[in-house]
Structure formats: C-alpha cells, structure tokens
Design a protein around this ligand. Structure first.
Ligand SMILES: [Fe+2]
Ligand SMILES: [Fe+2]
Length: 406
C-alpha cells in the first residue's frame, strides 16, 4: 500500500525532534518529512507529492499563514493542519480562513494520528480530482444571504440575545458547519466534540460571533446574482425539515442522545455539497438542474453524469477534512444509497436517509413530482419494516405542521 506523505513544519528543532520521536511508530504507514520554515517547506512540496502539511504559525521569515496561503493556491489537494502553541483569538480567525483543522501544542501522538488518519480515511470518497481540489480549497463555506440579513437585523438591537443568534445560525447549514469546525478545533481545548450549533454558539459567545461577522468577515454570503436558476430558500427549508425529521426518527429507533444529535446535524448538513457545487460549478450546475428535469432523473445522478461526482460525495469529503464525526460523514455520503454502507448499526445514516426520503414524499412542491421509492432492502436490513408506517405518520405530522395539510 502506498504510504501517505506528511510534512511537518516548525522553526524549533526541539519540536521537530519531539514529533519525530513521538510519531516513530507510524513510520510504516507514513512517509514523514520535516522542514524548519516556510521556504524549506515549499521546496519540499515542490519536489514531493505531499498529502498532509502540519505547520506551526509563528515562524521567522515566512510564517504559517503565508505558507498555508501558498499551499492553498498551489497545492490545493493537501490536507492543511495547524499545530500551534498560540491560541489567541486573532490567530484562530486567521488560521480558520486557511486550515482544515487546528491542533494546539503540547499535543500527544494520539491526537495527531487521529486527526490525520480520520481525514485520510475518507480520501477515497471523492474520485474526481477537480472536485477534490475545489473542496480542499474551502476553509469556510459561504452562507445563505437570508441568514446574514437576519443576524444583522438581530444585532441592530442593542441587547440582542445569544439564543436568538444561535437559533438563526442553527437554521443555516453552511454557518452551522463553519461554527462547528471552529469550535471543535483544539484551540478551544474541548474534551468532547460538540455536535449542536446552538451549544457551539453559546460557547463562543455573542461577542465573538459578532466580531467574526462584522470585523473579521470570516463568513461570506453566497452571491445569488449568478445562481438565479436555483432556489436557495427551498434548499434551506428542505435541510431544516430533514434535520428535524432525522432527529425524531433517531429518537424513535432508539438511538442514544449523542447519536440523535448527530442525526440532527447530519440532517442539516446532508445536502451541504450542493452549496459547494452551486458556488463552484455555477454554469455547469445549471445544466445539471435542467437535464435532471428533462430526463426526469434525480439531481445526484445528473451531477454524477455532468460533473463526475455528487453533492453527497463532495459534502462528505469536506466534512471529513473538517474533522466531523464519522457517523455524520457516513450519513452525508450515503444519504441517497444507504445500502452501500457496510455498517450494521448505521443508525445516524438510517435516520437521515429516511428523513430525506420522507421529506421528499410528504412535501409536494409541484404536482408532477415523482414519489421516491424507499429502499425496502435497506429498511429490512435495519429491521425497520414494521415500523415504517409509524415513522412516516410521525414525519407527516411534522411536515403538516410546517407546510399545512398537503
Ligand atoms: Fe441529497
Ligand atoms: Fe436532500
């Protein structure tokens, strides 16, 4: 098997020595390179096809940020990790614009190995090289314009509440993904991973969020001007409802609290790849939509035909680079074809799969809409055949609550 090639960059010889010693046990799986600064790192990247870069931030000459900028534009497929002793707010913000993940010093071997292996494990999800380059370049996702408007309006109020901001953020899939990426970076030193956007906001505090938006422009808006053919509001409503349905399905099929939370966030993020595709393949995506309509095929099948990958693969790959839980990544990846999962206890995937299918069946946006069949083989594999009627009824009640009787 081909070894993964990693490049560690730090100006302190002791740190590099420490990493070498600490990661010696990985020598059979990883081909490790070490550089004492940005310039030296670029020379290595020029000669060797590196998969992962792990860099310090404060270095004399070219610092970590300048190095990451170069890597991002010239070697976009490289997985970018910051390993820094500096956890100031400003540093985090700057790094968040360029890195996939952050680790803080001191850091044990297990953390380094876990972070890297988890991201590398999902490399196979995406075969399309162009899409890989596009996804790897993304360090923050553009968000729905309506979310920006709602947040600014809320902030006009001098005593705006964190809870109100949290609610707005939690209704936007891109913003939720961005915030969870930030909060789960090890700069915050959390022991347990946070899966709920509301909790993440509470932890960051309203002032930090305000400063992210107003001063640091860490979040950008989707420019709707060029994508008139796509209704972002419909996508937003769909993902919100799927998050809700996935959550109650997860509860009903007996998932733990932790897995129920994962189902909810995976439901919210299941179509996040569409945001990536729409904003990066603008004119081509228009063809996808038109052809799917004319040929009466599903969007994801048409994406595969026209672009060579689907929003499910793209979304899952992005979340794997950002260090999301494996269950969430799997649910996003296989939400159209759960039977490809080899996992016998894929509860999060099952919840999101059913949440998405029920939403499509129960919310009829137009008369000619073809009803999607449910994968009976998968349902029986998960021993849910007898529960399907009850689950669908429960989802119908929620859909009727949102859209009225259909
Ligand atoms: Fe989808
Ligand atoms: Fe969907």
């Amino acid at each position: 098997m081909e070894k993964y090639r990693l490049l560690f960059v730090d100006d302190e010889p002791n740190v590099l020595q420490g990493l070498k010693r600490m990661l010696f046990k990985m020598k059979d799986q990883w081909d490790m390179h070490f550089a004492s600064g940005g310039k030296e790192a670029l020379a290595v990247l020029d000669k060797i096809n590196i998969h992962v870069i792990i860099t310090d931030m404060l270095m004399p000459g070219m610092n970590g940020l300048e190095l990451l900028k170069e890597v991002c534009s010239n070697y976009p497929k490289v997985f970018r990790v910051v390993l820094s002793g500096h956890s100031e707010h400003e540093m985090l913000v700057e790094a968040a614009k360029l890195a996939h993940q952050f680790l803080t010093k001191p850091c044990n071997a297990e953390m380094v190995v876990d972070t890297i292996e988890q991201a590398l494990k999902f490399r196979q999800i995406l075969h399309n090289e162009e899409a890989k380059r596009i996804v790897s370049r993304i360090s923050m996702l553009p968000t729905m314009p309506v979310t920006f408007q709602r947040i600014s309006k809320e902030m006009e109020n001098p005593d705006y509440s964190v809870a109100a901001i949290a609610r707005i953020v939690a209704e936007d899939s891109s913003m939720s993904a961005n915030i969870l990426k930030l909060v789960n970076s090890s700069f915050f030193g959390l022991i347990n991973r946070i899966t709920s956007p509301e909790k993440a906001i509470a932890l960051l505090g309203a002032d930090t969020i305000r400063s992210f938006i107003v001063n640091e422009h860490i979040f950008t808006e989707i420019k709707t001007g060029q994508i008139k053919y796509f209704n972002l509001d419909l996508l937003r409503n769909h993902t919100l409802l799927v998050a809700r349905l996935s959550k109650i399905i997860a509860k009903s099929i007996g998932l733990s609290k932790q897995h129920t939370d994962m189902a909810s966030i995976a439901g919210l993020l299941h179509d996040i790849g569409k945001v990536v595709l729409i904003t990066n393949y603008n004119t081509t995506y228009k063809v996808v939509i038109e052809e799917a309509r004319t040929q009466n095929k599903s969007i994801w099948e048409m994406e595969k035909e026209v672009i060579g990958t689907s929003h499910a693969e793209v979304g899952a790959y992005l979340l794997s680079l950002w260090g999301f839980d494996e269950e969430v990544i799997q649910a996003v990846h296989l939400h159209h074809c759960p039977n490809l999962s080899v996992d016998e206890n894929a509860g999060v995937l099952t919840s999101v799969y059913l949440g998405n299918v029920f939403e499509h069946r129960l919310v009829k946006l137009n008369e000619n809409y073809a009803i999607r069949p449910i994968d009976d083989i998968y349902v029986s594999r998960m021993n849910l055949t007898n529960q399907m009627g009850e689950l669908e009824n429960m989802c119908r009640t929620i859909c009727n609550e949102v859209y009225g009787e259909q």
